[in-house]
Design a protein around this ligand. Structure first.
Ligand SMILES: *[C@@H]1O[C@H](CO)[C@@H](O)[C@H](O)[C@H]1NC(C)=O
Ligand SMILES: *[C@@H]1O[C@H](CO)[C@@H](O)[C@H](O)[C@H]1NC(C)=O
Ligand SMILES: *[C@@H]1O[C@H](CO)[C@@H](O)[C@H](O)[C@H]1NC(C)=O
Ligand SMILES: *[C@@H]1O[C@H](CO)[C@@H](O)[C@H](O)[C@H]1NC(C)=O
Ligand SMILES: *[C@@H]1O[C@H](CO)[C@@H](O)[C@H](O)[C@H]1NC(C)=O
Ligand SMILES: [Zn+2]
Length: 309
């Protein structure tokens, strides 16, 4: 009897004292971790006015002609990189030779890491939503101004950090270029596990760079505690296609820090609080199909008419 009590106390002890943050999918009666709506109790910035992710209402996004295509440097080079299970996602460390500039960014930014947010199988899993649609997965590539060495240092600068966000969608075709990453995730099931990926090309898991001229820009925050604000977000409109089986494999291979399957590791959308979301192009010319082509032609005609009247 006493022994049982003692054992249960010992088992429960770490849980009772745990005030670690967690996602909604990890929260339960036994695990009194802080779920997203309570993050601000330990991390006040999470209750701020400029938080991420957000729902992007395309109709309200304001056209900004300065949002020219981002210039990617070094993104096609094959890399030998490490991948780690952080207990809440998988992170690939990227070398500073990967850089971005242009697109109204104030300077050149260098890559630090990339990581993913996903759902259950091919269910909703992205952090940002577009007109209420939640994609099955979202990739974040975190960059800092090139004069900084660490994220902490860059965070001290109100425009020190720029994150690129890419959506994934389910297609009937398998995208075999993604398999190398899926296999790497399979080698890091538990918190703290690391592995190496050789000859990895970041462009293998992105839509082709020519299709990336349509994007949204707004000022937000990190989507995990401490939720630091002053992050320049670039959310690309064009999703990357992978198969349902590939998504299932991704979401079934890894585990959260305290034992549950790592699924639905996304933060719910936050209030816009009067912020403006900017868009790079007037119409969705990247999306093919007769309807879009018609819309594009209509846009152009209206523009021409506007010029001559
Ligand atoms: C990456 O690793 C492979 C195999 O271990 C090696 O052949 C190659 O030279 C390495 N490439 C770089 C850029 O370090
Ligand atoms: C943050 O910025 C302030 C003022 O510019 C500076 O004094 C401080 O050293 C910076 N902190 C870090 C960690 O870079
Ligand atoms: C995904 O899972 C299926 C079934 O378990 C397996 O046959 C396939 O090889 C896996 N693909 C990858 C890339 O891990
Ligand atoms: C992964 O992490 C678990 C739990 O910490 C550990 O037992 C295991 O040895 C690790 N595996 C590798 C390959 O590092
Ligand atoms: C990954 O590569 C590094 C450097 O090449 C090496 O020190 C480390 O042992 C490798 N890790 C694994 C898990 O293979
Ligand atoms: Zn993220």
């Amino acid at each position: 009897m006493w022994f049982t009590l003692l054992v249960s106390c010992l088992l429960l002890a770490p849980c009772i004292h745990s005030v670690q943050w967690c996602y909604q999918s990890q929260y339960s009666c036994e695990d009194s971790c802080r779920e997203p709506s309570e993050w601000d109790k330990d991390f006040p910035d999470c209750g701020g006015q400029n938080q991420s992710p957000i729902n992007i209402v395309t109709r309200k996004a304001r056209l900004n002609p300065r949002l020219t295509p981002i210039i990617f440097e070094g993104y096609t080079q094959p890399l030998n990189v490490s991948v780690q299970n952080l207990g809440n996602t998988a992170v690939l460390t990227l070398p500073p030779s990967l850089r971005i500039r242009g697109g109204d960014l104030p300077t050149t930014y260098q890559a630090l890491q990339l990581h993913l947010h996903w759902g259950v199988n091919d269910g909703p899993g992205s952090e940002h939503t577009v007109d209420g649609e939640q994609y099955p997965m979202e990739l974040h590539i975190v960059h800092i101004k090139e004069q900084y060495k660490t994220l902490k240092e860059a965070m001290n600068d109100t425009v020190g950090v720029a994150v690129l966000a890419f959506f994934y969608e389910v297609s009937t075709e398998e995208n075999q270029k993604f398999d190398q990453l899926i296999q790497a995730l399979g080698r890091i099931p538990y918190n703290g596990n690391t592995s190496n990926v050789t000859e990895f090309q970041v462009t293998d898991i992105l839509p082709s760079l020519e299709k990336l001229s349509s994007y949204y820009r707004y000022s937000g925050s990190l989507t995990t505690p401490g939720c630091d604000e002053g992050i320049l977000w670039t959310v690309f409109q064009q999703p990357f296609s992978i198969s349902q089986q590939q998504l299932v494999n991704i979401t079934r291979q890894m585990w959260f820090e305290r034992g549950k399957p790592m699924v639905q590791n996304f933060r719910p959308v936050q209030k816009l609080n009067g912020r403006t979301v900017y868009k790079s192009t007037a119409c969705s010319c990247t999306s093919s199909g007769p309807v879009f082509l018609c819309l594009c032609l209509l846009c152009i005609l209206l523009l021409i008419e506007g010029i001559f009247t």
